[in-house]
Design a protein around this ligand. Structure first.
Ligand code: 5GP
Ligand code: MN
Length: 324
């Protein structure tokens, strides 16, 4: 991959009259944080630009982000933007969902991402650094420090916290911690923010987590832990993808398990799987990429057809090959 230098956002948007912003389907903390930080930054510092943000409805935990109610549904929009900024996802492919058609129509595409499966960046201007903890870390690089305010800092902090498991995962670098340190100086209640967006679970989420953990199974002599909820379970509980957040993390805590797999039925015969690796031996982005998914070495996902048992057979087979 070519060495990428930071994008100077203000310069890139100099002659733009309209800007669209999007992230990936089923938006998580880093996706919501990075795109909302971009939205707030442009609105504040380049108010003459007609700026719009398109995402699937963000989970309610992100209601604490300023102007989150400005998020629009791309399926209801049909227009040409001067610039489209695509954060925390590859531009091409179907992970941008309904916003894909708006991206295709726009005059210039800026891609800011940290997924290792986003090979060279797929926009006209790219800032794709797989070593970065989060898209938020890269979005911050594109900002002028003095043009950031407390609301922008808070949105960025949410992304950093969520993609690093509260500054714990191996994607954390000195730069990540320095950024977290800078962001908290803007003066928001970071402790409450972590509690309310990362740790707190609804009653339904707590019950479903309990069900997954009580039925969890092991593969490869305990090196892989796995749990699932069928499409019927999802329907019976009126559960959505939002309710699945964090379940795979709990499966990581099984002693002896290097890889955790959690999957939930999104339709009859189709699962959305999340994989997490706690070892350098297994790169789960490679496993997921084999089935059309992607992500990072230690956190990746894929949408895949079959029963839980069939899918696990395929995934475990590929995981086993990586223990050379
Ligand atoms: P999660 O398991 O939390 O959904 O996702 C883990 C990481 O993998 C995230 O960075 C997410 O963007 C990425 N990811 C999840 N599912 C997919 C997928 O189907 N395709 C690709 N390319 N990346 C995915
Ligand atoms: Mn991310």
């Amino acid at each position: 991959m070519q060495k990428m230098t930071r994008i100077d956002l203000i310069t890139e948007l100099k002659s733009a009259k309209s800007v669209g912003i999007t992230g990936h389907i089923r938006p998580d903390g880093d996706c919501v944080g990075s795109t909302m930080a971009l939205y707030l930054y442009i609105k504040k510092n380049l108010p003459e630009i007609d700026t719009h943000i398109y995402l699937e409805k963000p989970p309610a935990i992100y209601d604490c982000i300023k102007d989150i109610d400005r998020v629009e549904d791309a399926s209801l929009c049909d227009r040409e933007f001067d610039v489209f900024i695509v954060a925390d996802v590859t531009v091409t492919g179907d992970r941008t969902g309904e916003a894909g058609k708006l991206i295709d129509k726009s005059k210039k595409v800026i891609n800011i991402d940290h997924h290792i499966t986003n090979k060279d960046g797929s926009g006209d201007v790219n800032y794709v650094i797989p070593e970065a903890s989060s898209a938020c870390e890269l979005v911050y690089d594109c900002f002028e420090e003095e043009l950031i305010d407390v609301e922008i800092a808070k949105a960025l902090y949410i992304g950093v916290i969520h993609d690093t498991g509260v500054l714990q995962y191996s994607n954390v670098s000195k730069k990540t911690l320095e950024l977290a340190g800078k962001l908290i100086t803007y003066g928001f209640d970071f402790s409450k923010l972590i509690d309310e967006t990362f740790y707190q679970k609804t009653f339904l989420q707590t019950k479903l987590l309990g069900k997954v953990l009580s039925e969890c199974v092991l593969f490869l002599d305990g090196r892989v832990s796995a749990g699932h909820l069928t499409f019927e379970d999802m329907q019976a509980n009126h559960a959505t993808s939002e309710d699945m957040d964090g379940i795979v993390n709990q499966l990581r805590f099984v002693k002896g398990a290097d890889v955790a797999v959690f999957m939930y039925g999104i339709s009859e015969g189709t699962y959305k799987a999340s994989l997490r690796s706690s070892t350098d031996d297994v790169d789960v982005s490679k496993v997921c990429a084999l089935f059309g998914g992607g992500g990072h070495k230690r956190a990746a996902g894929v949408t895949i057809d079959g029963t839980f048992e069939e899918i696990m057979t395929k995934l475990v087979n590929e995981i086993e090959k990586q223990y050379a």
